[in-house]
Design a protein around this ligand. Structure first.
Ligand SMILES: Nc1nc2c(ncn2[C@@H]2O[C@H](COP(=O)(O)OP(=O)(O)OP(=O)(O)O)[C@@H](O)[C@H]2O)c(=O)[nH]1
Length: 599
C-alpha cells in the first residue's frame, strides 16, 4: 500500500486510564474482532496479564479503515507496556510510530506515567493528541482535565476527543483523528534495508517472531538478513502482519509494521532495539538507540521440594526464551539447597515471573527477599558485581561499595506532600525538584537508592497517600554508600538465604524489627527457636519462638476422628510452603519478612 495511506500510532496512558479497553474498541470498530473475541481484551494476550490488567508485551495490530474521505487506510496500532519496569520497550515501540493518542482518565487527570510517556513521545517527535476517556463516569471532569493537560503537558487540547471506551463513545472521532493528525510514514523503499525490532517473542512452532518497523528499504521471504547488534545472519521464512490474526504478506516495505520469522532460536538473538538489514547489501549504520537492558533486581528462587530442581530449571529456560531481560544462574544455599539467582528489570517483572513459574509450570517456590545489584571494589582493586548478600566480601576486603540510584518522580495531591517528603527523606532520598503542576497537584522529584525502593517504597507511598500518588522512575547512576551485611541466625546458625545488604545507619533498626517480624511468621515447633540478627560477629537483636507445649490434636476431646483428621490436614496444608532449615521449619513469609518491616 501507498505510504500516504499508512498511519502508525500508539496509545499512551497512565496505568488503568483505559488504554486496553480503547484498543479493543478500535479493533471492534474496524471489524478486526469476531464476536467471540470481543468478550476478552484481545491485546492482553497472556492469561496472567488479563487477570492483572497489565499489558506486558507490546503488540502491533493492523487495522483496515475506510475514512470519511472515502479512502482506505492501514492503521498500525502499536501497543506499549504500561509500567516503569518496561520503559525501554515503551520507547522502542514509540519509535515505530509517527503519532500517539494520549489517553487521560477524565476523572483522575494527569498522572506520573502520563507525563513520563508523553515526554518520551515528544522526544521522538511524535504527533501527540489527547483523548479524555471515561466521560461516562459521574466523577468525570473533562473541562478540568483539559486544562490540566494544557497546563502540565503544554499541548493543545482544543480538539481533544471526549470518549468513553467502555460505552463506545467517541471511537469514530478517534479513528478520524488518527487519519487526519498522524503523519504518514516516510522512508525510501529502494534504499538498503533498515528495520527496527521493537518486540520479539518465542513461539514453539515458528521460533522467534520479530515485530518490526521497516524504516528504509524492504524485506521479503527468502531474503538473507543480518541483525546489526548481534551480527547473526538468517534467512527470512515469512513476513506479515497481525490483523489481528497473523497474515502472511509478500513483503514489508519502508513505513510498514509487521512480523518477520527467520528461524531464530532464542529471543536473545533478536533483541528489542536491534536493526535488521540485508546480509549482502547492508545499511551503513544501524538505526539509533540500541540499548542492552540489564536486570537491576535479583532474588533467589528455590524449589520447595528439592526433587523439582530440574523442573524449575526447565521452566526458567522456557521463560527466558521469551524474555531477554530476565536472567538466571544456579545458586547454592546452605539453608535452601540448590536453586537459582534470578535477575529482573524491576519488582513487577519479578512478581510476574514468580507467578508464572508457579501457575504455568506448577513449581512451588521459596523466594528470597529482593536485592539490587551493587558494585564492590575490593582492597586488591578488583571490581565485583554483587547480586546477593552472600557474594559480599568480608568487610576488611572491601575498599568501596556503590549502590544504584534512581530518579523518582511522584505526583501527588497537595495535602499529601508533607507525608511524601518524609517518606523520601526516610528512604535516604535527595530532593531534586518540587513543583506545583496545578493549584492542587504537586510533582516531587527525588534521587533515591533503588535498594530502598525494592523494599516497600511503593506500598508505603500508596498507603500514606490513600492511593492517590503515582510513581515513575528511571535509573540514574551508582553511588558510594555505607552498606553492611546483616546476617540472621536461627538457633545459632547463620541462614545464608536470609542475609541482607543494608545501609549502616539503618542496620540496628532493621535488625531489631526483622527478628520481631520473623517471630510472628515462624510457627511454634517442638523446640524453642532463637532468631538473632548480627553484623559480623556482633549480635544486635534477638527474639524467641517458644516451644510447642501440646500436641495439636490434644484439644480434640473424645474420639472425634473426623475432626482430628481435619486438624491434621490443616496442619499439612499449612506446611506446604515450608522449608526445613537445620532443625527448624521456615515458612515462605519468614524469607520475605524484611518486606514487612515498617520504619
Ligand atoms: N467507566 C469507564 N471505565 C473504563 C473506561 N475505559 C476503561 N475503563 C475501565 O478502567 C479500567 C482500566 O482499563 P484498562 O483498559 O485495562 O486500562 P489500561 O490503561 O489498559 O491499563 P493497563 O493495561 O493496566 O495499563 C478497567 O476496569 C476498564 O473497564 C471508560 O471509558 N469508562
Amino acid at each position: 500500500m501507498n505510504q500516504k495511506n499508512i498511519r502508525n500510532f500508539s496509545i499512551i496512558a497512565h496505568i488503568d486510564h483505559g488504554k486496553s479497553t480503547l484498543a479493543d474498541r478500535l479493533l471492534e470498530a474496524t471489524g478486526a474482532l469476531s464476536d467471540r473475541e470481543k468478550s476478552d481484551q484481545y491485546l492482553d494476550k497472556m492469561e496472567l496479564e488479563r487477570e492483572r490488567g497489565i499489558t506486558i508485551k507490546s503488540q502491533a495490530v493492523r487495522l483496515n479503515y475506510k475514512a470519511k474521505d472515502g479512502l482506505d487506510y492501514i492503521l498500525n496500532l502499536i501497543d506499549t507496556p504500561g509500567h516503569v519496569d518496561f520503559t525501554y520497550e515503551v520507547s522502542r515501540s514509540l519509535s515505530a510510530c509517527e503519532g500517539a493518542l494520549l489517553v487521560v482518565d477524565a476523572a483522575q487527570g494527569v498522572e506520573a506515567q502520563t507525563l513520563a510517556n508523553v515526554y518520551m513521545a515528544i522526544d521522538q517527535d511524535l504527533e501527540v493528541f489527547p483523548v479524555l476517556n471515561k466521560i461516562d463516569l459521574p466523577s468525570a471532569e473533562p473541562e478540568r482535565v483539559r486544562e490540566e493537560v494544557e497546563e502540565i503537558i503544554g499541548i493543545d487540547t482544543s480538539d481533544a476527543v471526549l470518549a468513553s471506551a467502555k460505552e463506545g463513545i467517541g471511537i469514530s472521532d478517534i479513528l478520524e483523528a488518527v487519519v487526519n493528525r498522524v503523519p504518514a510514514p516516510g522512508g525510501d523503499v529502494d534504499a538498503p534495508l533498515q528495520a527496527m525490532i521493537f518486540d520479539s517473542w518465542y513461539d514453539s512452532y515458528q521460533g522467534v517472531i520479530i515485530l518490526t518497523r521497516v524504516v528504509e528499504g524492504s524485506v521479503k521471504k527468502g531474503d538473507k538478513i543480518k541483525l546489526m547488534a548481534t551480527g547473526g545472519t538468517y534467512e527470512v521464512q515469512k513476513v506479515g502482519a497481525f490483523s489481528p490474526h497473523p497474515t502472511e504478506l509478500p513483503k514489508l516495505a519502508a513505513g510498514e509494521v509487521g512480523f518477520v520469522i527467520a528461524g531464530i532460536k532464542v529471543v536473545e538473538d533478536a533483541k528489542v532495539g536491534d536493526t535488521i538489514t540485508h546480509q549482502h547489501a547492508p545499511a551503513e549504520k544501524p538505526l539509533p538507540g540500541f540499548q542492552e537492558v540489564k536486570p537491576m533486581v535479583f532474588s533467589g528462587l528455590y524449589p520447595i521440594d528439592s526433587g523439582e530442581y530440574d523442573a524449575l530449571r526447565d521452566a526458567l529456560e522456557k521463560l527466558r526464551l521469551n524474555d531477554a531481560a530476565f536472567s538466571f544462574e544456579p545458586e547454592n544455599s546452605l539453608a535452601l539447597g540448590f536453586g537459582f539467582r534470578c535477575g529482573f528489570l524491576g519488582l513487577l517483572h519479578m512478581e510476574i515471573i514468580q507467578e508464572r513459574l508457579e501457575r504455568e509450570f506448577n513449581v512451588e517456590l521459596i523466594t528470597t527477599a529482593p536485592t539490587v545489584v551493587y558494585k564492590v571494589t575490593t582492597t586488591k582493586g578488583e571490581l565485583l558485581q554483587v547480586e546477593s548478600a552472600n557474594m559480599l566480601p568480608e568487610v576488611q576486603f572491601i575498599e568501596k561499595i556503590e549502590e544504584p540510584f534512581v530518579l523518582a518522580s511522584i505526583h501527588v495531591p497537595n495535602e499529601f506532600v508533607g507525608a511524601v517528603l518524609n517518606l523520601c527523606i526516610e528512604k535516604r532520598g535527595v530532593q531534586r525538584e518540587l513543583k506545583y503542576l496545578t493549584a492542587n497537584r504537586v510533582m516531587v522529584v527525588y534521587e533515591l537508592p533503588l535498594n530502598e525502593i525494592v523494599l516497600d517504597f511503593f506500598d508505603r507511598l500508596k498507603s500514606i497517600t490513600r492511593g492517590y500518588a503515582s510513581l515513575d522512575y528511571e535509573h540514574l547512576d551508582f553511588r558510594p554508600s555505607k552498606l553492611v551485611r546483616l546476617n540472621v541466625l536461627i538457633n545459632g546458625d547463620v541462614v545464608d538465604a536470609l542475609s541482607l545488604i543494608v545501609h549502616m545507619d539503618k542496620a540496628q533498626f532493621r535488625g531489631r524489627e526483622l527478628v520481631s517480624k520473623m517471630k510472628e511468621f515462624i510457627p511454634r515447633q517442638q523446640y524453642e527457636v532463637a532468631i538473632q540478627a548480627a553484623i559480623g560477629n556482633k549480635v544486635i537483636a534477638r527474639s524467641t519462638v517458644k516451644a510447642l507445649r501440646k500436641d495439636v490434636t490434644a484439644k480434640c476431646y473424645g474420639g472425634d476422628i473426623t475432626r482430628k483428621r481435619k486438624l491434621l490436614e490443616k496442619q499439612k496444608a499449612g506446611k506446604k510452603r515450608m522449608k526445613q532449615v537445620g532443625s527448624v521449619e521456615l515458612p515462605q513469609d519468614a524469607f520475605l519478612a524484611i518486606l514487612k518491616v515498617k520504619e
